[in-house]
Ligand binder design. Sequence first.
Ligand code: BES
Ligand code: MN
Ligand code: ZN
Length: 498
Amino acid sequence: MNYVTSLKSASEVKTDCLIIGVFNKNNLGIAAKNINDVSENIITKLYKSGDINTAIGSTKIIHSAKNIKADRLLIVGLGDKDSFGRDEFRRVNQAAMNAIKNIKLSNFANYLFLDEAPNTKDYYKGRHFIESYFSSIYQFDQLKTGIKKINPIIKKIIIGISSKNNSEKVKLGCTHGQAISLGSKIAKDLGNLPANVCTPSYLAKESKKFAKIYKKLSVKILNESMLKKLKMNSFLSVTAGSKEPAKLIEMHYKGAKNQKSHVLVGKGITFDTGGISIKPSAAMDEMKYDMCGAATVIGTIIAIAEMNLPVNLSVIVPACENRPSSTATLPGDIVKSMSGQTIEILNTDAEGRLVLCDALTYARRFKPKYIVDVATLTGACVIALGHHRTAIMSNSDELSDELMNAGDKSNDLCWKMPMGREYEMQLNSNFADMANIGGRYGGSITAACFLGKFTRNMKWAHLDIAGTAWTSGAKKGSTGRPVPLLSQFILNQSSIDI
Ligand code: BES
Ligand code: MN
Ligand code: ZN
């Protein structure tokens, strides 16, 4: 994509579609005022006749404005001028992109950048805008036959800036926005693919493909016999009932010398039936999304590689199915994890922690600066935080603060939940070092405490994305979250000035 900034006034810009904004009470944004002045008060007339609405996010396209060089105008409601900030800027851009996504345009000009949005740096304006552009055109139709909707082929995006704006920062924001959008798209596609396509082997194969595209990226796949040698019996206990071979996927991005690596670990259960502790049938199809932790850490490393950041990042994905069969793990079975600690598997549906604990132990060999695992781990998390925020649980306030901050900056929100000895005690077992479940109450926290037993002496955080990784209902689909949060987190760890 070609991003160009323009110092031309709105009426002078030649484009297929010019985007301008109007605040409540017909308070015209800078570009709208310019158009209104040259075009016989067209905006004021439309406002008075009720043809345009200024409520935040309303949109109207018109084709006939005099004395302007654009073929059409997209007029966007900006809401109250006094409360127009970062969030509002993002919302109006999203609305604008949704309004033009089905029109055949070869370029458009966004002149919403001229209006001030307090507390929003030029870089973030560029980023949020481009992320909303790519999210508006996302579609998943690779498994549909028949005529497919073709995306408009936008070749150029023009961004109207005033001399006060920093053109370089706007463009860097756009480029990073495009990289993060690519990471999100990869995560969404992997998430949306059904379990009969997106198997552990498929995830491994796709990861290998990425290593061919980015030269700073290398990929290694461990098969079941290697996992056995590493004594990953906890991970292997989950795949015991499935014919699909389990894989441990390792991806390493080397963008810096002599720097500690960051490590991301993603839960890659390509389908979670619950195993012998089988789940009820209602909405069980959604358990194809149980590999969204994996999808998002893979998406993130691609976003980082695409941005070519001067950091080192590794991604570890334990991938397998959780299914019942005559070889499946039984409730009450006890396994010895790679760490040497033994686990009584009281519920085979609490499998995420069983694959993650061995992956976290394995990750120690990379001596990470920070280690973050990402998992659709508990239904309890959805009860606690709903679908809006990802839960963070951590043994390091420094790390959880960094993640909270990254969530804020990237508008991919999260919230910190507690951990502690009281919760950890719920995992006590009569027969092994720990049980894999801690009872009904505080289910997300006891799951995190379980993982905490495998991350001692590392700065670790756990992100439970059970509520945020996908949407149910008519708009069922993967969200790609938390690729923006994780990308921002790594970006903040780099020396890049944004
Ligand atoms: N993948 C599920 C968690 C999940 C369930 C995420 C529904 C999103 C929606 C996980 O493996 C699981 O089954 N967890 C159990 C844990 C319980 C057995 C302690 C759960 O949450 O019910
Ligand atoms: Mn489960
Ligand atoms: Zn699961």
